[in-house]
Design a protein around this ligand. Structure first.
Ligand code: GDG
Length: 520
């Protein structure tokens, strides 16, 4: 990141930072020990894994909610990252987070797999909380600094932040899909959300299709011109003198003479810290644990594995149905094949998630009741969160990895499985509705709604000759090792900081040219 300066000013009161990440949840968890002392521990999860290395390198600050309600917590340092907590009340958590984020936006953006709930109070809370996050970022970003806002909980922040600090360079990344207009248009606040996002200079999505859906929504709702990945956002200011200074302006004059901010809406597929997964997999203690897992499962010929947050988007029910039918039809037996399903607890205060848990556990109970023997269990169902070491041991032990999402922004589990398999063995079954399928073409791609197709693919995976497994896994590994999370963030930040190839000496607006100081 060439243009980013870290910590422009030192001092407790008015520290400012050249790179600020803003996300709903901070990458730390509050811990209370037995003796009552409290401390912070870095929390696991896709986004944290993704951004931690970039933050350390750039000595940046992270704005977000610390995970405890109704508490004012002072900024502090954690593992080389400055942490800026934003206070949320218990009621805001209910309305802004569990309500609008997880029960309105989440189901809507995942193609209404579950019905979204629309409540005006939830929306009002979403606006209030987004305003607070924007104010917190505005306070600590250095002049002309870079602010990178994460995910669907904070879609109004880019515009609110631009209003407060027009000098900033603002990026936004959407970790979940962006739906087609026919679905998106249900949202009563569809125009406000689009306008909120357009406050950013670069809006990143997981897949080209997501970026396309967003640009179409902008055309339909606001009538702005789009050209490929560029969107012309009219500048409402009165003239060059009132335009903000700094590279953030990105203002240009179109051929028709309109003065516009050129916003990029493009795919930047997220990834993982691939090397660290491989390194962990090579550790003798983790390999011993993987052997132990196989033994504890009764040394089956094939271990199949699913790892998901217990979420209705992940298609856990579909995979259980396929597995149960294969057992019922005697195409597989519990002596030969066992399924380990890690379903980590998630959003347990949202009703849809409680119902999903009941449904999944009923299905698991039925399949185990019908097919397990004293010595062999059909499904090992684990409703826990595990340390990363245990996850890696499970990936190493698994002959077949099942990713059957009905809709998923990317799915990092698929990439983690591939990164771990330095032995070039193992078969990945991957839903074409997960963003990862755009890149991981050598996986066995499936449509999870097609249960017969899924069953045939499971059989193909179970019976796949070693030579084919190795050929496929080699190709998958090349992809995941080359395109890791460092490359993802570099490519996003590079587009954000250095702008796009669209600016030429003839179309850059004079105010932007002066601010850049490069005459180009
Ligand atoms: C969202 C989007 C997108 C799960 N259980 C445990 C555990 N995990 C880890 C996995 C993986 C992460 O959580 C889950 O990431 P996913 O990508 O699979 O899914 P979401 O949580 O839905 O994430 C998704 C992602 O954002 C990033 O942009 O890919 O599409 O929905 O890293 O390993 N980790 C540990 N114990 C567990 O029990 N340690």
């Amino acid at each position: 990141m060439s243009n980013t300066t870290a910590k422009a000013t030192e001092g407790a009161e008015n520290e400012v930072y050249g790179l600020v990440i803003v996300s709903n949840r901070l990458p730390v968890d509050h811990q209370t020990d037995d003796d009552g002392t409290t401390s912070w521990r870095t929390s696991p999860g896709g986004l944290v894994t993704a951004l931690e290395p970039v933050m350390r390198e750039n000595d940046g600050a992270w704005v977000g909610w610390p995970g405890v309600a109704d508490q004012d917590i002072e900024p502090f340092d954690n593992d080389g990252i400055r942490i800026i907590p934003v206070r949320l009340s218990a009621q805001e958590l209910e309305e802004y987070y569990e309500g609008f984020s997880n029960d309105t936006l989440w189901p809507l953006y995942h193609d209404v797999i579950a019905p979204p709930t629309y409540h005006r109070e939830w929306w009002e809370s979403y606006v209030d909380v987004n305003r607070r996050f924007a104010a917190a970022a505005a306070e600590i970003a250095s002049p002309g600094g870079v602010v990178w806002v994460q995910d669907y909980q904070l879609q109004l922040v880019p515009r609110l932040l631009r209003e407060l600090r027009p000098d900033l360079v603002i990026g936004f990344f959407n970790h979940i899909p962006f739906p087609a207009y026919g679905i998106y248009s249900q949202l009563p606040w569809r125009t406000q959300i689009i306008q909120g996002l357009l406050g950013a200079d670069v809006i990143g999505f997981q897949r080209p299709a997501d970026a396309g859906n967003f640009s179409r929504a902008v055309r339909r709702l606001l009538g702005y011109n789009t050209h490929g990945t560029f969107i012309d956002v009219p500048v409402s200011s009165d003239g060059p003198d009132t335009l903000p200074s700094g590279v953030a302006a990105r203002v240009m004059t179109t051929r028709r003479g309109d003065v516009v901010r050129s916003v990029v809406a493009k795919h930047f597929p997220i990834s993982i810290d691939s090397q660290s997964y491989e390194e962990m997999a090579r550790r003798p203690d983790i390999q011993a644990r993987a052997r132990q897992i196989r033994e504890d499962l009764g040394n089956p010929k094939t271990i199949m594995l699913g790892v998901d947050r217990l979420d209705y988007t992940k298609g856990i029910g579909h995979r259980l149905k396929a597995f149960g039918e294969l057992l019922a039809e005697d195409r597989i037996s519990v002596e030969d094949v066992t399924l380990v399903q890690v379903a980590s607890p998630s959003r347990e205060r949202v009703e849809t998630y409680r119902l999903l848990r009941d449904e999944i556990e009923l299905t698991v109970g039925r399949i185990n009741g019908d097919f397990s023997t004293i010595s062999h269990q059909a499904i090992n169902y684990l409703h826990h969160g595990y340390p990363r070491e245990e996850m890696v041991a499970l990936y190493l032990a698994a002959d077949v990895m099942l990713v059957t999402a009905l809709r998923d922004g990317m799915n990092l589990v698929a990439k983690e499985y591939v990164a771990v398999r330095y032995d070039n063995d193992g078969v990945l079954i991957l839903s074409e509705f997960a963003g990862a399928s755009d890149e991981l073409k050598q996986a066995l791609l499936i449509n999870p709604h097609d249960i017969d197709g899924l069953k045939d693919t499971i059989m193909r995976a179970v019976e796949m000759p070693r030579a084919e497994r190795v050929r496929r896994m080699r190709a998958l590994r090349k992809r995941v090792l080359e395109n890791d999370v460092a490359k993802w963030s570099e490519s996003f930040l590079d587009t954000l900081v250095n702008g796009s190839a669209r600016f030429t000496s003839s179309n850059v607006h004079p105010a932007t040219r002066t601010a850049r100081g490069d005459g180009s």
